[in-house]
Each structure stands twice: as C-alpha cells, then as structure tokens.
Design a protein around this ligand. Sequence first.
Ligand SMILES: [Zn+2]
Length: 239
Amino acid sequence: MAEAIKLFQYNTLGALMAGLYGGSLTIGELLEHGDLGIGTLDSIDGELIILDGKAYQAKGSDGKPEVVEVSNDVKVPYAAVVPHQAEVIFRQRFEMSDKELEERIESYYDGVNLFRSIKIKGSFKNMHVRMIPRSAPDTKFADVATRQPEYTMENVSGTIVGIWTPEMFHGVSVAGYHLHFISDDHTFGGHVMDFIIEEGLVEVGPVDQLDQRFPVQDRQYLFAKFNVDEMREDITKSE
Ligand SMILES: [Zn+2]
C-alpha cells in the first residue's frame, strides 16, 4: 500500500474560537508536513494560504486587500496542511456557482466520513473573500468575525486551496469546505465566501490519517476553560 496521506492539523478551530490567537508553530515546521493548506497567523492577522509548498498571508488592512509571502520564522496559532495528491481530477468547462461546483465535487467522494484536500485552479467571474483582522487575545472570535473586511474581485484567475471536513469532526475543524483563495498575480486572496467559476481544473485528494497536534507548551491553551457548546455554535456562525 502506498504511504498514508496525513492531514496535519495544528491546534483546533475550537481553541481559536475561544480567543487563543497566539502563534506557537513556525511556518517552517508547518511546511514540513504538507504543501497545500489553510490557517491564520499570529494574532489572527489575516488568512494563511499554503500553495505548492509556499506560505502567503492575505490581509485586509487599510481598506484594501493585500497578499504577502510569509517567511519561515513567522508563527501560526492554527493551520491545516496536507501533502496534496490529486486522486480525482476533472475540468469544469462551464460557469457554475460555488454551491453547484461543491455538489459536483462531492459526487466524486466515496462516502462522507473522510477528510479531503481540494485544489481548484481556474478563472472566476467573481470571487468573494474575507480576511480576519488582527485581534487581541481574548476578544471573542465570534465578535471579531462580525467585523471582517470582505472583498469581491471580478474576472480573476487564481487557485482555491483547502480542506473538506466530515460532519463528525466539526469542532476540530469546520464541517464541510474551508477554502482560501490566492490570485495568480499574488495580489488578492482570502477566506472564500462564495464565487462563480468560469472554467478550471479541480483536484480532489485523499486523506488517510489525521495528525492532530496540540500546543503542548502553551499555558494559555493548557489551562483554558472551553465552553464546548458555545464553541461549536461560534464555529457554525463564524466559518
Ligand atoms: Zn479561513
């Protein structure tokens, strides 16, 4: 059997929801575990996009979107990466909404209980993204989430990367799609809200194992008291 493909997840979305925003894993370490993924940066300063083994940060500072490459020493509080291997590849040849495309993607899944890696390279009639704004720890994520800058770009080429999570792992991550976008010219990106694709190449990759890491030396995480019901609700609301 081929080597198992591991989804490497650093910290849980639940911990992030509870206001633990301090970065504790470097991008350098993160990239050892995968070449495609998503996350956020220290102090939830924008959206992390991992594409082809490189890390980018999309921010919405000063009223305009910005994308910068992230160096290896920057730390993240939450991220998920996978050594993406396309198992299903199909070309989307005509215009579709995000919901329609997601249904088409799901039609290729074997059941609904495994994680999947997703990569969609294409041209988009429009792409609507948001960027989480840099915030102080203990500001509730659900409150931060209500004031996130959002942007829509028309006629943009680029790549969507992300993870599809089975329903039963909601809390560890967000059930369903968690997708980030970066334009080909690296000037626009963020957390995907919705889009219309014109055409593109869609890749779906398998995940055989979940490697769930914890911030074992982070005292804040260790002694945090999580309200699990509220946490699950916040994830549903915010993501
Ligand atoms: Zn995101």
